[in-house]
Design a protein around this ligand. Structure first.
Ligand SMILES: Nc1ncnc2c1ncn2[C@@H]1O[C@H](COP(=O)(O)OP(=O)(O)O)[C@@H](O)[C@H]1O
Ligand SMILES: [Mg+2]
Length: 140
C-alpha cells in the first residue's frame, strides 16, 4: 500500500500515468472518494496514457463507457447503482472476469462484487488545500 499527496492536477497526471503503466488486461481498479476528489480525472489520465483518443467523461447517467486504446477499457460509474444486486443484474461481473481493464468510480457501492485481486485507489480532499488530494493505492 502506498500513500501519496498530489498538490496539483499536474501532479495527479504524473501519478495517473504511473498507475496506467502498471496496468494490464483484466485488471479491475476501484476508485473511491467524494465528489470532486478526482476519480474521473485519474481515469481520464489513465485512459489517455493507454492510448484512448475519445473524450473521457463520467458515465453518470449511462453507467458505463467502453473505450479502446492499447487495451479495451470499461469505465463504470456506480454513483446511481443502489445495490450490488443491481450491478449483478447488469452483468458487470462478466466484465470483471474478462480482458477489459475495468476502471470503476464509486467502487464502494459494489465492493462485494469486485475480485479479490482488484486494485483500490482512495482519493481524499485535504482540509484548507483546494488543489491537494491524498491518494492511497492498494494492490497495484
Ligand atoms: N490535485 C488534484 N488532483 C486531481 N484533480 C484536481 C486536483 N486539484 C484540483 N483538481 C480538480 O478537481 C476536479 C476533480 O473532478 P472529477 O475528476 O470530476 O472528480 P470526481 O470524478 O471524483 O467527482 C477536476 O476539476 C480537477 O481539475
Ligand atoms: Mg466522476
Amino acid at each position: 500500500m502506498t500513500g501519496e499527496i498530489s498538490r496539483s492536477p499536474e501532479e495527479s497526471e504524473k501519478i495517473g500515468k504511473y498507475i496506467a503503466d502498471k496496468l494490464k488486461a483484466g485488471d479491475v481498479v476501484g476508485f473511491t472518494g467524494e465528489l470532486g476528489t478526482g476519480k474521473t480525472f485519474f481515469i481520464r489520465t489513465i485512459c489517455n496514457t493507454l492510448g484512448v483518443k475519445d473524450l473521457v467523461t463520467s458515465p453518470t447517467f449511462t453507467l458505463m463507457h467502453i473505450y479502446s486504446g492499447r487495451e479495451k477499457i470499461l469505465h463504470l460509474d456506480c454513483f446511481r447503482i443502489k445495490s450490488p444486486r443491481e450491478a449483478e443484474m447488469l452483468g458487470l461481473d462478466e466484465y470483471f472476469n474478462s480482458r477489459y481493464i475495468c476502471l470503476i468510480e464509486w467502487a464502494d457501492k459494489i465492493i462485494s462484487l469486485l475480485p479479490e485481486s482488484a486494485i483500490h485507489i482512495a482519493l481524499r480532499h485535504v482540509p484548507d488545500k483546494p488543489a491537494w488530494r491524498a491518494i492511497t493505492i492498494r494492490g497495484l
